[in-house]
Design a protein around this ligand. Sequence first.
Ligand code: FE
Length: 314
Amino acid sequence: MVKEKETTGKESNFIDNSDETSAKDRSIRLVTKSNETPEGDGFVVHRSFPSQSIRNLDPFLLLDEMGPLDLLPYESKGFPEHPHRGFVTVTYMLEGRFEHKDSQGNSGKLGPGDVQWMTAGSGLVHSEMPEKEFAKSGGRLHGFQLWINLLKTDKWNKPDYQDVPSTKIPQVNTSDGKVSVKVIAGNFGDAKAVINTLTPILYLHFTLQPGGEVVQTIPENLNAFAYVIGGKGLFGKDKTAVDEKNLIVFKNDGGNISIRESDNAKSPLDVLLVAGMPLNEPIVQYGPFVMNTREEIDKTLEDYRNGRIGKIDF
Ligand code: FE
């Protein structure tokens, strides 16, 4: 929620921070820099987790900043044919264009601001590559991929896509013009995302101008993190300064997360804020397969070897 009362137009959506009894600000558990990691056919991603210090952030399994990568004309780098089973992949493009194809015959394109929320469920094989026309001219590719675990009972769901163009993603601007937010999942005040999630997930993209401040309410039981795309911000109860390419993991010690952009900042603060309900179920992961037991992983590897997860036919 935004501090300024006039911002969403409904009194009930605000937390009055001048009141000492209002919900507590969360403090920070850790801040960690993302690591450059080659993926796919040499596409360098900045991986926040998994890492040596963070195995996962239940229900989240992975966060990659894809690029930014500048492609020369006719250069093509991406993520050729690979499988997934047992979780959700969320691709959020900031710049450039990707196209995907899968073993079920689905295909689609993703441009700046578009989101693909793919429930891999029982599994599929797909490719995610620069779009052909885009690759001809070259240009910058930049985006995010987030992996979200599925409950045991949802892991065998039929694969499902929610392809959401940027125009369908609610964007809220505060009346002071200092904060804008894109609501990818969950809600920001009255603005509700169009994406349906199987467990409670919040996925917001904030842009704060100098002097901007936002206080987002998040139920205490949800795990939450932020990732700084650009600029430098002040986060959490202690207003810890964090700059780009860093992940901030919050403690579950309050119902608010505060993000501030310092008054004398030279550039806007661009940040993702993500939260989700922990599943508290066993995780056995083998690369792109995330199940609950070793036996299920063995079966999945056998299914993959025998082509039962699929093949791309084109
Ligand atoms: Fe993939």
